[in-house]
Design a protein around this ligand. Structure first.
Ligand code: BEZ
Length: 238
């Protein structure tokens, strides 16, 4: 690979950037991204190759949770640098033959992008030559309804993703947007959330003296409770 191609292969969008646009052929027809997905959250994720075992467990797990993500207004889109017929054959094999952790007959109904030219994978920095120059790593982009990249997570080829964590990321981002708070380590809906830091000396003093509906351990560290039900009623579609 020459220097320019290496630079292209590792160029990466960043959190806060507009998701790079592309048109692509998928197992669910052509898509025009992100325009067609305006108004929805999206998880765009890559996997190294069809007909590989770790990827197979990931697709079974993700497809089994598709409805849960849909209820959070989040659509799933997969990608690998394989062709459409390979994708179709692999998804048929998954449905017909593979069982993983009690999940079987699983149909993958979300689009899987064919990216033989690596055009999309390169735009999203999914080709990381130190890991592989012929396969995409396990990249995850969480994109909001305005087409802005909100979270990026990368895993190497050998490590299958935790889809409960990806769901937690989507719910946490939506909760932060809806309630103007931040979410602490290992947060789950119903746990205490972090109230944004006071931005003036006076506000810090007032916060420590009055505390209102918050618990302040110090002026910069205040938490409050938002009930799980309130969160889920606010962010999940009825
Ligand atoms: C897998 O999905 O099993 C896999 C793919 C590429 C490299 C290593 C493992």
């Amino acid at each position: 690979m020459d220097t320019q191609n290496i630079a292209e292969a590792v160029s990466m969008p960043r959190i806060g950037d507009k998701a790079p646009s592309f048109k692509a052929v998928t197992t669910q027809g052509e898509i025009n991204f992100p325009e067609q997905y305006s108004g929805s959250w999206v998880i765009l994720f890559s996997h190294p190759a069809d007909f590989t075992p770790v990827c197979t467990t990931e697709f079974i797990t993700f497809a089994s949770q598709e409805e849960k993500f849909a209820a959070a207004n989040c659509k799933l889109i997969g990608l690998s640098v394989d062709g459409l017929y390979s994708h179709i054959a692999w998804l048929r094999t998954i449905k017909e033959k593979i069982e993983y952790k009690g999940m079987k007959n699983v149909e993958v109904n979300f689009p899987l992008i064919e990216d033989i030219t690596m055009e999309v994978a390169r735009k999203y920095g999914m080709i990381q030559p130190g890991e592989s120059s012929t396969k995409a790593v396990r990249a995850v982009f969480v994109i909001d309804p305005k087409g802005i990249i909100r979270t990026i997570i990368y895993y190497p080829l050998s490590l299958g993703r935790n889809f409960e964590e990806l769901y937690r990321v989507v719910i946490a981002l939506q909760t932060a947007d809806a309630f103007s708070i931040a979410t602490p380590a290992d947060w789950q809906p119903g746990d205490e959330v972090i109230v944004p830091a006071a931005v003036s000396y006076g506000a810090a003093k007032e916060r420590m003296e009055e505390q209102q509906d918050m618990t302040c351990y110090d002026w910069f560290f205040c938490t409050k409770k938002i009930d799980k039900e309130e969160i889920l009623n606010t962010i999940l579609k009825k």
